[in-house]
Design a protein around this ligand. Structure first.
Ligand SMILES: C[S@@+](CC[C@H](N)C(=O)[O-])C[C@H]1O[C@@H](n2cnc3c(N)ncnc32)[C@H](O)[C@@H]1O
Length: 302
């Protein structure tokens, strides 16, 4: 892997450039992306009054869901590398309407201490594999937990289990300007945790006990018009910044390219007559292969 400082800097730039797309599509991400983290939420079993850290919280949807589960007596801290996403999260879920919920901008890898620690539990949806040094990131999470504190997170398995992601990139890229460099080997990226052995080594190396890595196949259901779905998926992916900076006709061509390659994920088209009460909804069915990663902070490790 190239030097750590360089990879960290590249990450920070990537997420700063990706942030406007994530902010713009935050509601879609909350609604359509929910299956990506639901198994970890179920497994975490947040209880009223608990203190929970949400790592890589993006625009805060999962932090708000956690805050609902721990109630007004609990505390949830949503932490994200990108300050503009943290700002958007705080605006979407203000403290007066979400007591006990707050957001903080920090790089989990280099955070000396996480504001609000110690936590009873940590949650993360699709972020751990994005760390330049995942052992450092997971060590910081473990240090932020109380002894016996639990972690439940999701990450992608291998890319073949989430085929629409490649389709989005291949459909959009030919129409857009240069894209950020694609990850090589173990470099941070959506599929950097594809190998469950690596995931176990990272968590164990970070000092966690009782590490579990279980496969789940989930489906994202995205209704609505193909153009909107294509735009959501382009803008939250590696082509997002190039898409935003492209001329309108190039953006339209990118959307058309993605719509074409996503056709195989389309559910039956909109009915022309009245909807069948039992018929499947029109839209997209996007399969995703994920690992549910669970672990416990041992007693006596600070
Ligand atoms: C794929 S997005 C997922 C966002 C959100 N959890 C969701 O599922 O909608 C990954 C998030 O992790 C954040 N992230 C990446 N590296 C990070 C780091 N080292 N420390 C904190 N956050 C990080 C990014 O800024 C981004 O918001």
């Amino acid at each position: 892997m190239s030097d750590l400082a360089g990879v960290r800097a590249r990450n920070a730039t990537f997420w700063a450039r990706a942030a406007p797309g994530w902010i713009r599509h935050a509601d879609r991400q909350d609604e359509y992306g929910r299956p990506l983290g639901a198994v970890a939420l179920d497994r975490l079993r947040p209880r009223p009054g608990e203190r929970i850290l949400d790592v890589g919280c993006g625009c805060g949807g999962t932090s708000a869901e956690l805050a609902g589960a721990v109630g007004p007596a609990g505390t949830v801290v949503g932490l994200d590398l990108d300050a503009s996403m943290v700002e958007a999260a705080a605006a979407r879920f203000p403290g007066d309407r979400h007591p006990g919920l707050r957001f903080t901008a920090a790089d989990i890898e280099t955070a000396e201490a996480v504001q609000g620690a110690p936590f009873d539990a940590a949650y993360s949806r699709m972020a751990l594999m994005l760390a330049a040094d995942p052992v450092a990131a997971c060590s910081a999470i473990r240090r932020a937990l109380r002894p016996g504190g639990r972690l439940a997170a999701t990450v992608f398995r291998d890319g073949a289990a989430t085929p629409w992601m490649h389709a989005v990139l291949l459909g959009a890229a030919p129409h857009l300007g240069p894209l950020p460099p694609m990850p090589v080997g173990d470099e941070p990226g959506p599929f950097a945790f594809a190998d469950p052995g690596r995931v176990t080594r990272v968590l164990t190396g970070a000092g966690f006990d009782a590490v579990g890595v279980e496969p789940y196949d989930v489906v994202l259901r995205a209704p609505g018009d193909p153009g909107a779905v294509a735009e959501w998926l382009i803008e939250i992916g590696p082509a997002g910044a190039a898409y935003r900076e492209a001329a309108p006709e190039r953006r339209a061509a990118a959307r058309a390219g993605v719509i074409k390659l996503l056709a195989r994920f389309r559910e039956p088209p909109e009915p022309t007559g009245p909807p069948e009460p039992t018929g499947p909804a029109a839209g997209y069915r996007l399969p995703a292969g994920i690992w549910l990663v669970t672990a416990v902070a041992p007693a006596g490790t600070a």
